[in-house]
Write a protein that binds this ligand. Sequence first.
Ligand code: GLY
Length: 402
Amino acid sequence: MFMKKSLLSASAFWAFCCVAEGTELARLKSRLPEIFAKSAAHYKALDAAATAVMYNTNGMVMLPRGYNRTLKRLTIREITCWTSGHYPGSLWYLFEATGDEFFKERAAMWTETLKPISKFEGNHDIGFMMYCSFGNARRLLKTGKYDHLLVEAANTLSLRFEPKLGLIRSWGKVDDRDSFLVIPDNLMNLELLEWAAKAKNGDRRFAEMARSHADVTMKNHFRADGGTYHVLNYSQKDLRVQEVRRGQGASCFTAWSRGQSWGIYGYTMMYRESGNKTYLNFAEKLADYAVNHPNMPEDGIPYWDYGAPGEERDSSAGSIMASGLLELSKYVDSAKGESYRKFAARQLLSLASPAYFSEGGEIGHFLLKHGVGFKPGGHEIDTPLNYGDYYFLEALLRARNL
Ligand code: GLY
């Protein structure tokens, strides 16, 4: 495919994509009932296992994050973990996909365990934790009963905004004057701020913070070719980037695949929320970097870093990217939109195939195999990740709604 593409002119390539798009998206759509049914069966089994280990020895709630194949048991994490909202979020998506009341009841139960997170000041991840859980609850239940918690969470996140830099601090304490760390994942937390700026008891300034963060990140966090850095350390004295860290990526000179996917998704969402075309153009640039990357495999599921061809794939980078591309496809011109839909459909068909989609209990009833959490740290390599499943289900629903 990529060999062929290099022999075609850009316009011929888009034309080629358009012809193929209808087929791949139609094929995906025809398979959705079967994929949702299998996913629902997996998550019923997963929920039984997760419920059995829901409390640790200190009585704290623990949520499923992944599966340890060596120990043959679920990996569970406390509510303050950045992924705590994704498990209830997947249950909400399965309720949306199937209409099965079982998922509504279980999603509501797990979501309610996260109430204390509205005051969590430990890092920027409160957007993931609260919006994937309570955000989906309010949307699907059409209720305002969680709005005060979501507004409170936005307020908590806003405490990490530093006006001089115009950025939200991702990691570290708010009074740390020596370092100010920002990662592209942070873009995902801006959706909570955008929502809360419009909420009844919200504050318009939340949107100003979100847009300022998106603007400064756009300026500094991506290379000229559209590839992302992972960790930037800003100086609070001269207001410049003082350090680039490879973080979860392979190096400071390559693009960490999940970070690239956060960027595509994040700027697409910021365009939806703000109507600012600069974000749309930027989302397109980040998407084109990924879609056209010479190291992008034929099945559309990236290696864990764009600079690590031949190493592990990261199915979560694939599902986040597919979800972002499907939304982006609605906002760009029609030929480009069709090419993004085609690419996302290819990614989702790959993820739904036996190469990635688990059968039975081989990975503790999670859906997707082959995620990579933090390879340089030696954690969660070639493993299921609850957020990979979450964005997979979201992307399937987005495909259904197209
Ligand atoms: N937000 C952390 C990660 O993507 O691994």
